[in-house]
Design a protein around this ligand. Structure first.
Ligand SMILES: [Cu+2]
Length: 146
């Protein structure tokens, strides 16, 4: 009688254990997959000099040409670019190098001289222009700089 009960309890325990085993890894795997997707999208922002809408196109195109960059948005008033990227593929310096190679000064890298000279006249921005003007409001100094 006593033996049967122990055996029964042992079987119940074994059953619980096996059902835990079946569920636990699945949950872990799901959590891992979700975490990877969320972590891979990082954001960065830094100053980039430029004048007009054509500059904006060139700057953003250069940034997006870097592998791992998902989106790039240059703000003409603030002289600042905001980028969403995969940190495992792209890094801040790599993106700044690509923009500098296209002829535009960034916060940490000066523009390629030849690329700058080859820009259209309207795009040959002032090389001493203040960039990364984080506190400039969207419209305030819009036409002021020219
Ligand atoms: Cu321009």
């Amino acid at each position: 009688m006593k033996k049967t009960m122990i055996l029964g309890a042992a079987m119940l325990l074994a059953l619980n254990l096996s059902s835990c085993k079946d569920q636990a890894p699945t949950k872990e795997n799901q959590a891992e997959t979700q975490a990877t997707t969320e972590v891979s999208q990082s954001e960065m922002a830094f100053g980039v000099r430029g004048n007009c809408g054509m500059c904006k196109k060139t700057i953003e195109k250069a940034a997006r040409s870097v592998d791992g960059v998902a989106s790039a948005e240059w703000n003409r008033t603030q002289k600042r670019i905001a980028i969403q990227y995969d940190a495992q593929k792209a890094d801040v310096m790599g993106v700044q190098e690509a923009i500098a190679a296209a002829g535009y000064d960034t916060e940490q890298i000066a523009a390629d001289e030849n690329a700058y000279k080859n820009l259209p006249d309207c795009c040959q921005y002032d090389r001493s222009m203040a960039m990364n003007q984080t506190d400039a409001s969207e419209d305030a100094h819009e036409e002021h700089a020219h």
